[in-house]
Each structure stands twice: as C-alpha cells, then as structure tokens.
Design a protein around this ligand. Structure first.
Ligand SMILES: NC(=O)c1ccc[n+]([C@@H]2O[C@H](COP(=O)([O-])OP(=O)(O)OC[C@H]3O[C@@H](n4cnc5c(N)ncnc54)[C@H](OP(=O)(O)O)[C@@H]3O)[C@@H](O)[C@H]2O)c1
Length: 238
C-alpha cells in the first residue's frame, strides 16, 4: 500500500515509518523543511520525504496524493513553553487540515494517534476507553479536540477513521523516559508496583498501528482488530 506518515522525524512516527517499509508498504513522510536533515536516516531506508507542515494546507494536499492510508502521528508534544495557540494550531487545526486533504484525495483510512491523556487523571483505575474524558492541560485538551475532529470525519462516512490512544511510549530513540530509566540501577518500578500505568513499547505500538491501518472493515460495522479472519487463524493455530 502507499501510505503517508506524519511525525516521522519524531520518535514514534520514525519507528512506524521504518516498520511500514519493512513490512512492504510504500511510505511517504511529511517532513517540516527545518527537519529535512533529521529525515536523512528515513530516506536511506526507502521513505519518500515530502516537505510540508500541518499548518500548510497546500503541502498536505500534495502529501496525500495517491495515498491509501494516512497514519497521523505528528503533534505538538515535547517542546516546552509553547503558547496554547501553537498546540491548537497543530493538534486540532492541523488534524482538521490533514483530514480535509485526505478526504479530497480519496484516502481510504485515517489512523489517528491520540493519547490516553485525554482521560486526564483516572479517579477509579483501572480505566477503559469509556472512562470520563477530562484532559488536564492544553496538550491533552487539544489532543482531545483533534480526536473529536477525526471522529466526526469518520462519522461522515467520507473516510474510515481509527483512533488509538497510546500511553507512555518507550523504546530506543526515546529521550523522555530515558531520563527516568537512567536513574534506575536495576528494574524500574512505578510506585509500589500496584500502579495501572501501562507503558507501551514502541515496536508494539508500530505493529498495532499497522493493524489499525490494514484490518478489514466489517460491512456497515465498526473497524475491529483483531478482525474475524485473524481471530479464526489465531484460534486454529493454538
Ligand atoms: N511519547 C509518548 O509517550 C506518547 C504517549 C501518548 C501519545 N503520544 C502521541 O504520539 C505521537 C508521537 O509522539 P512522539 O513522542 O513520537 O513525539 P515527537 O518525538 O515529539 O514527534 C512529534 C513529531 O511531530 C512533528 N510535528 C510537530 N509539529 C508539526 C507540524 N506543524 N507539521 C508537521 N509535523 C509536525 C515533529 O516534527 P519535527 O521533527 O519537525 O519537530 C515530529 O516529527 C503524538 O501524537 C503524541 O501525542 C505519545
């Protein structure tokens, strides 16, 4: 499949783009001009780099051309001290612009990377995706707004939308949890070991995202993973 990945110069999107290449997709990455150099490693793996920005609708139209599945991973996330308007422009309006470009280009499926942070603080753990939505800061608020924009586009029927909410992604290349892991001399225990915070290994996340992009939709029903065929083949291989 020909796919587009946003955020491929970042930690999670970079892993996903490489995973998609390894598993046979033709991958285009939307890369900001200022990050062109950071994308050299992607180019050497076969990723087609397309310069653009979530704030630039024309660049998004070009990036979506001929694409079947969009993996929208980019977000304003790690950079500290940004005004709320930057988060909103990237996470909310950037998602809206990208969806409009995807729909106009006839993209079949849009996999939207949200965050478990849309639930904010969980009063009564463990939680499921039905837990109350209570974002605790502007990043989480704008991620929820982006998610709502994506869901509305999915409900319109113009494009299939899958929203995923990862929690605490870690693995090689991540510098956020690395700060914590560097302090540890042995095993890392969060709290007394009874915490429900479930970190996500980045390779597992990549595999899950690809499932979200490739699994088939049941006629008129929701997009489910594992789909019926996969469930059958798993149970017969047990
Ligand atoms: N890491 C976690 O623990 C975690 C947990 C839950 C959810 N998430 C979600 O996972 C996704 C990826 O997170 P990450 O940790 O991999 O973040 P990251 O390393 O900071 O990567 C962010 C990516 O977004 C791109 N980007 C930012 N603004 C952009 C714009 N205006 N136009 C185009 N691209 C833009 C960045 O490009 P540049 O290289 O040019 O800056 C970078 O490639 C995000 O959606 C985040 O909300 C992450």
């Amino acid at each position: 499949m020909r796919v587009l990945v946003t955020g491929a110069t970042g930690f999670t999107g970079g892993w996903l783009a490489r995973h998609l290449i390894r598993t046979g997709d033709s991958v285009r990455a939307l890369v900001r001009p200022a990050s062109r150099e950071a994308a050299d490693g992607l180019v050497s793996t076969g990723v087609d780099v397309q310069e653009g920005d979530l704030s630039d609708a024309a660049s998004l139209a070009a990036a979506c051309k001929g694409v079947e599945v969009v993996y929208h991973i980019a977000a304003s996330y790690r950079a500290a001290g940004q005004p709320a308007s930057v988060y909103r422009d990237v996470n909310t309006e950037g998602t809206r612009r990208l969806l409009a470009a995807a729909e106009a280009s006839g993209v079949r499926r849009f996999v939207h990377c949200s965050t478990g942070g849309v639930h904010g603080h969980i009063e009564h753990p463990p939680a499921t995706e039905d837990a109350p939505l209570a974002p605790g800061d502007v990043y989480q608020e704008t991620k929820l707004e982006g998610e709502r924009v994506a869901r509305a586009a999915g409900a319109s029927g113009r494009v299939e939308v899958v929203v995923a909410r990862p929690i605490g992604i870690y693995g090689p290349g991540d510098t956020r949890f690395l700060k914590l892991f560097r302090l540890a001399t042995g095993h890392v225990m969060l709290g007394a070991g009874a915490a429900y915070y479930h970190l996500t290994f980045v390779e597992d996340w990549s595999k899950g995202s690809v499932c979200a992009g490739r699994c088939r939709r049941r006629q008129g029903g929701p997009i489910c993973w594992p789909d019926a065929d996969t469930r059958r083949s798993r149970s017969s291989s047990r």
